[in-house]
Design a protein around this ligand. Sequence first.
Ligand code: SF4
Length: 399
Amino acid sequence: MTEKAELQSVLDRAAAGGRITPEEALDLYRSAPLHALGAAADAVRRRRYAGTEHIATYIIERNINYTNVCVTACKFCAFYAAPKDTKKGWTRDLDDILRRCAETVELGGTQIMFQGGHHPDYGVEYYEKHFAAIKKDFPQLVIHSLGASEVEHMARISGVSVEEAITRIHAAGLDSFAGAGAELLPERPRKAIAPLKESGERWLEIMEIAHKLGVESTSTMLMGTGETNAERIEHLRMIREVQDRTGGFRAFIPYTYQPENNHLKGRTQATLFEYLRMIAVARLFLDNVAHIQGSWLTTGKEVGQLSLHYGADDLGSIMLEENVVSSAGARHRSNRLEIIDLIRKAGRVPAQRSTTYEHLAVHDDPANDPVDDRVASHISSVAIEGGTAHPELKLLDAN
Ligand code: SF4
């Protein structure tokens, strides 16, 4: 068989629902014609969602960044401040966090992503207190937050096992993990960009523990910091292996590295074609993960639209607030009406979803679209660009 015929044969098998090997996934990622790859991935998506394959989803959420102080100093990160950096470092108090939750509810948001640095003082107790307070005042908000890295850090600070840390924050109100901190799971690229973070194996081990304790999660991949194609596929392999055992990853979300204001000098970003190829290969290779999310925040709305034809079934969140990738240069913004419009123009029916992917509102008639879109007028980024603290934020005490 020629190489072209071999690739087509693998594509046909994957499109028909057959499992492909990491080696085959790498061949497809490197060499399959782009449109054929997208068509195969779209066939898998349509079969998985037969009956609702015309729908693409989004969610309304708010990222709440509780501190940027972090001891982990990832080289790609433009958000964090070292603990001694009192000019850049800040924390957000509980009243401020609750006010942001109230705004989220008022604007129709259903989920908050509590996201921040590895603060040297924040153990399990900090998260218990904050999640309990949020759930007490806003039981309708889903707390889809944190990830294995935060769990590892808070357990170390509190001197408890990760099992205990997960059990306690789950009891306090955490609903699911957002899968933050996966970055690149293979050792070489992970050490190159996040040398102080736990290993990729440990990240997966903690996610597996969480899944077994009943806390599901999403999974992510940071593309474009110098990793090889083989390392990208290895990342997928590591996720698929855990998913075979737990079934706890609800979604896979690749996103592209943003190059501003960080310490990774001279790294190239992933191209948009590489990104689309990853969306498609993820749909084909991760046959045990239900949802593949297109990330328009880092790649742009048009690429978000294209991703819906390369295997993605979801465009993620309309963020009422986002600071982390914005600090590193992500400039794309959208609101509910725009997302509805761009999904429609991509040939799909938009639907607002819950954290667990139930359809909350299907926008199948433009005449019934929200007219008073308060989400649009409140979309904001309190971006901490160039390391300047937002005036509302409290500077840390130097001591
Ligand atoms: S990515 Fe997260 S853990 Fe790494 S430096 Fe930034 S805030 Fe800290």
